[in-house]
Design a protein around this ligand. Structure first.
Ligand SMILES: O=C1C[C@@](O)(C(=O)O)C[C@@H](O)[C@@H]1O
Length: 256
């Protein structure tokens, strides 16, 4: 069983959850300034949330900006994510452009991981998964529910579906409306990790109510957690400086 994924020397899936910081700038300048700051922190990955970028519909501009970001972010993997409006992102684009954007960016050789939404129309999703393999880009197949927390069986089923499709990592983010919803997400995570999967998984309950899920991945089986340097990309993210000591204290004591 190989529940780890290696990217740029980083073993995702082992020990303490990896910390991923989102870049949410709207302009190239904002993004470059933010990435210079982010790389001074003790983090494991950077996610470019390109749906925040105001020139996202001009592929050449996306590519030029990516080259600049890559030259700043040289040591840690870059995850490229266009989060669609229907899954809580900033912008709606056509399925055709979603395909073109992700395909072209994978081909540049400048990114290490790509986020592909589980509910992307099947023919597009399949093409993207194939291209990722071809260009040696690791895939996170993701799903987001910004309104509610689906039942445990449904959370597990979506994570499994991502794995069956060939994801390197499967991910789900849900919104809790009551404390029990957080338990549902954690219980699904624990069961999925223990019994149902051969790949690393990422799960979180969003919002303040779900915060515990962003801290406790090492116990329940979520391999990565998103945290902010200045700006958050989703409700409930805390700052890297607040998160790091908590992850470390869990890591230090978990085997005792
Ligand atoms: O999918 C995720 C998870 C996330 O939504 C979160 O809740 O931390 C943040 C997003 O930037 C990322 O793409």
């Amino acid at each position: 069983m190989n529940k780890t994924v290696q990217v740029k020397g980083l073993d995702i899936g082992l020990d303490r959850p990896k910390i991923c910081v989102p870049l949410v700038g709207r302009t190239t300048d904002e993004l470059v300034i933010a990435s210079k700051k982010i790389t001074t922190y003790d983090i494991d990955l950077v996610e470019w949330r390109v749906d925040f970028f105001q020139e996202v519909e001009q592929l050449d501009q996306v590519k030029k900006t990516l080259v600049k970001l890559r030259s700043v972010i040289s040591k840690v993997p870059i995850l490229f994510t266009f989060r669609t409006a229907k899954e809580g992102g900033e912008k709606a684009i056509s399925d055709e452009y979603y395909l073109e954007l992700n395909k072209e960016i994978m081909q540049t050789g400048q990114i290490d991981l790509v986020d592909i939404e589980l509910y992307t129309p099947a023919p597009i999703r399949e093409q993207l998964l194939k291209k990722a393999q071809l260009y040696d880009v690791k895939t996170i197949v993701s799903n987001h529910d910004f309104d509610k927390t689906p039942p445990k069986e449904e959370i597990i089923a979506r994570l499994q579906q991502a794995e069956v499709l060939g994801a390197d990592i499967s991910k789900i983010a849900v919104m809790p409306n009551k404390p029990h919803d957080v338990l549902t997400l954690l219980s699904a995570t624990e069961e999925m990790h223990r019994i149902h999967t051969n790949i690393p998984i990422i799960t979180m309950a969003m919002g303040g109510m779900g915060l515990i899920s962003r801290l406790s991945g090492e116990l329940f089986g979520s391999c990565l957690t998103f945290a902010a340097v200045d700006q958050t990309s989703a409700p409930g993210q805390v700052s890297v400086n607040e998160l790091l000591p908590i992850l470390n204290i869990i890591n230090k004591n978990i085997g005792n």
